[in-house]
Design a protein around this ligand. Sequence first.
Ligand code: BES
Ligand code: MN
Ligand code: ZN
Length: 492
Amino acid sequence: MKLSLTSGPASLGALDVPLLVLALGAGDGLDAAMTPLDTTLGGALSRSIERRDFRGGRDETLHMVGNTSGPARVMLLGLGKPTDRTSALRRAGALAARQASRMGSGELSFYAGALTTTEAEALAVGLAAGAWEYTDTKTPPPVDERRAPLARATIHGADIAAVELGVVSGSAIAEGHALARTLGMMPGNLCTPEFLAVTARDIGERHGLRVTVLGRPEMEALKMGSLLCVAQGTSEDPKLIALEYTGGAKDAAPVVLVGKGLCFDSGGISIKPAQGMEWMKFDMCGAAGVLGAMESIARLGLKVNVVGLIGSTTNMPSDTAFKPGDVVQSMSGKFIEIINTDAEGRLVLADVLSYASRYKPAAVIDAATLTGSCVIALGHSASGILGNNAALVQEVLGAGTRAGEPGWELPMWDDYKELIKSDVADIRNSGGRPAGTISAALFLAEFAGDFPWVHMDIAGTAYSESELTTIPRGPTGVPVGTFVEFVRGRAG
Ligand code: BES
Ligand code: MN
Ligand code: ZN
């Protein structure tokens, strides 16, 4: 169920809500707005803090039953000693919403003292993220065993106008996150290239974006031999999807967001081990991020021209599949020797990056679950960031930080180019295991025309194989926040 977010005043004592969440930092006492509530609760709040039952540590929670009037339940939630209150609130929001969903309160109110618009926005994004769940392919439990999903949340603050602004923009960003996560979670037999195209058309219709979808014949006409070789092993029609949002001046150069949309990556003839192969349905999280970001950008009405580009197919072994040793010619004219059919993402992106040139972009950012090496290098806490323009790299890193989606730059030194030299072609598609994320990015760089370009390797950050405090196993919403924050930064 979709979470509906609203703003409310900082008067808590008589709030008649099923659950009130009070967020406090480490060592914080009650503030003036909490005192009347403490009275309603017979001093339970102040006693809990005095006794140090609740200390405000990060992720710490203390549940209390309310009195006969006022909130039915109260939850104290710790923010820890945040260096960055915005990200602490985003996290707290997600945690609160997850607790509320488990409880079945259906609704919650959240109070964390004074909030700026930025803080309220982060809190709204967090609350919506915590309330998100994927239930489309599950039979619901019997009616008497169901718990109410979290449907409504109110963010309370003294400056209600500031909070309201944050709630509005936070809701827009949350929509994009939710869309990206739902697409990511969808099984590969349902979330196909065709389904991504249908989703793009739906976004286009709702927000007045121009949407173009190319299939196999159109890509053949454009000589996209690099993308098409990956699609050779499947009867499914590959799709190149373009969404054009014109929020800026008519002739202003657009920001182009590119996403890898492998609806399933079996590895092809260089097939992956069976163990864990099901996770490769998430190999379209870059594409999902582009769709989610376009949804949010349109809702926010950002005054920038933005093009979303998706290269989508499924990497399968078959008698028609491409194979190691093959040489293909990309749209750019460059010949590519296939060493490993499992290094397919860069082949898809190569032609999409060539296609991006037609927009004369101000900047191009691609997001792709591109290399297992990136997970080895940076784990699940940071995306790999590489690019051909130092200023743009910093801009993307900054956007990621603001969105709570950290990135870390890896070098693109010429020395590493040795890894992808070919005996028979201009370049080869795999440089082996050492510096795998870097050689993949250097491969892409050969196809990123003369525009500023940044690549985000989101293999470790777009989804989680383990349950996290704030999100269940599955997609995280990365890179929606980074994309939206980047474009918002360009809107000035
Ligand atoms: N989609 C995978 C990368 C991946 C691996 C994403 C694990 C998320 C988790 C990509 O297509 C791939 O298979 N890359 C290969 C490249 C290699 C053959 C050069 C890899 O990382 O092993
Ligand atoms: Mn692969
Ligand atoms: Zn892949």
